[in-house]
Write a protein that binds this ligand. Structure first.
Ligand SMILES: Cc1cc2nc3c(=O)[nH]c(=O)nc-3n(C[C@H](O)[C@H](O)[C@H](O)COP(=O)(O)OP(=O)(O)OC[C@H]3O[C@@H](n4cnc5c(N)ncnc54)[C@H](O)[C@@H]3O)c2cc1C
Length: 336
């Protein structure tokens, strides 16, 4: 089944007709071959097609997240490239985290710019002494009036060298049990005291970075969630990271390397038995990796529709399904 083929029961739903109308309207306005992608991404956001499970006015329509695959598939077939390749942490992690745990002001400021890739985001959790045990991190933030002063080091930060904004997990209470002494902020990566140092890989590329923070001042209005609730917010981010990684295995969002290799083989008219064997191994490996990546996104659901809270923060609740083992964020009392 391709991404735009929907089961008959689902295709008959009024939601699909509504989505089709919105998609046709955008595609009817543009020649996708000559229109800059970010123009279409902006229109997708405004129409609620960016993250269909987000609230209206926040890039969504309050629909079930399952419809996103259909929307993305239709734009892919029309030749619109996926933004997740350019802004993985933004589209896949920062957006959902802000909707689940951020303030109205934070959502207003960031969501559209994330979706259009005007701001690339990175995720600053891991440290040299805190990888798997990320709750043991030691980068400190100390309160100073309406600001926090951050000192410490992160590592492995994908895309930090091109990021304008970042998700930052820090220790704000060293005396509390480790999971309870954390708080979560977004930061401007160009703030004074943020030193991003790319890590050169064997391939020559540098996709990851270490980041040093020296007396970096972060406004308290950048805090996402309550002081000391950083672990809950981080779990929200990480659950969405799992879902996002699965989506990257979908050819509508990332290049299909196996198919690319087979195309090359055909184009060049190759007919060598040893090479054919190698090609098949590449194709099978690629396919297996895709299936492995898709598994978490099929069993975990990301942020579900949220209704607005009177406090200005979006309420969220972590739900779990004992049968499938799935965990997701949905409307209800706020935990972040
Ligand atoms: C491609 C890539 C991109 C990344 N991008 C980012 C990013 O953008 N932002 C970010 O914050 N981080 C990022 N990371 C970091 C990633 O989250 C960490 O690598 C991960 O959390 C593991 O931490 P570590 O590398 O320090 O390994 P460790 O935690 O030191 O683990 C080393 C080994 O010990 C094993 N191990 C650890 N603890 C236990 C235990 N209790 N019992 C048994 N075995 C154990 C692990 O399974 C592993 O095999 C990225 C990593 C990679 C590989």
């Amino acid at each position: 089944m391709t991404t735009t083929e929907v089961p008959a029961a689902q295709a008959a739903r009024p939601e699909v007709a509504r989505l089709d109308a919105l998609i046709d309207e955008i595609l009817g306005r543009h020649d996708t071959a000559s229109t800059e992608s970010r123009v279409i991404w902006g229109e997708m956001f405004d129409a609620g097609l960016a993250w269909v499970h987000f609230p209206e006015g926040r890039g969504g329509l309050g629909l079930d997240a399952e419809y996103q695959e259909y929307v993305d598939g239709r734009f892919h077939e029309a030749g619109v490239e996926s933004n997740i390749r350019f802004n993985m942490m933004g589209v896949g992690m920062a957006g959902p985290t802000l909707v689940a745990c951020g303030t109205e002001a934070q959502q207003e400021e960031h969501l559209r710019r994330i979706y259009t890739c005007d701001d690339i985001w990175c995720q600053m959790f891991s440290e040299p002494g805190a990888g798997s045990d990320v709750a043991g991190l030691s980068t400190r933030a100390v309160r100073d009036g309406d600001e926090w002063i951050v000192n410490g080091q992160k590592v492995w930060t994908t895309q930090a060298h091109v990021a304008a904004k970042g998700l930052l997990l820090v220790r704000t209470d060293p005396d509390a049990p480790k999971h309870k002494g954390l708080s979560y902020f977004w930061i401007d990566m160009h703030s004074p005291g943020v030193d991003v140092r790319p890590l050169r890989q064997l391939t020559g590329a540098a996709e990851f970075n270490e980041i040093y923070f020296t007396d970096v001042r972060v406004p308290d209005t950048n805090r996402i969630g309550d002081v000391g609730a950083g672990w809950n917010v981080a779990i929200t981010t990480l659950m969405n990271e799992r879902t996002m990684l699965g989506k990257l295995a979908d050819p509508s969002r990332a290049p299909d390397l196996g198919a690319y290799a087979v195309d090359l083989w055909r184009q060049r008219g190759l007919d060598d038995a040893v090479l054919r064997d190698k090609l098949m191994r590449v194709w099978v490996d690629d396919y297996v990796v895709r299936l492995l990546m898709q598994r978490p996104s099929r069993t975990a659901r990301s942020v579900r529709p949220v209704r607005r809270a009177r406090s200005g923060r979006s309420p969220c609740r972590r739900n779990s399904n004992a049968r499938t083992g799935s965990v997701w964020i949905s409307s209800g009392p706020r935990e972040c």
